[in-house]
Write a protein that binds this ligand. Structure first.
Ligand SMILES: [Zn+2]
Length: 104
């Protein structure tokens, strides 16, 4: 794929410039993660965390960890993981309470 555009302030981790093809893939610029390969976002977060380069994605990582803890709690209480509606309700509430604040 040939890069068609560069977006400023768009990397989901550092907020820097990012090529359109990388924005469509994981949203991480080349400075944050030089090789995205076939990894998913959770794997990218682990790589960034291990390299000490986790910035804005830290909030998403914390949210995902909270979700996994809740899912385990729900599984033990209800003897099964929450369904799609339960997942959406849980994550929707977390997202409303943890919206990024650009003034921090
Ligand atoms: Zn970046």
């Amino acid at each position: 794929m040939v890069a068609r555009a560069i977006y400023s302030f768009a990397c989901i981790n550092c907020g820097g410039e990012i090529l359109d093809e990388r924005l469509l893939k994981l949203g991480l610029c080349e400075r944050c993660l030089p090789d995205v390969g076939d990894i998913d976002l959770q794997q990218a977060i682990e790589i960034l965390k291990s390299g000490g380069r986790l910035k804005r994605l830290k909030e998403l990582s914390n949210l995902y960890t909270s979700y996994l803890e809740f899912r385990e709690f729900f599984r033990k209480a209800a003897m099964g993981p929450p369904g799609g509606l339960g997942q959406a309700h849980t994550l929707g509430g977390e997202l409303r309470d943890n919206r990024p604040n650009r003034n921090r």
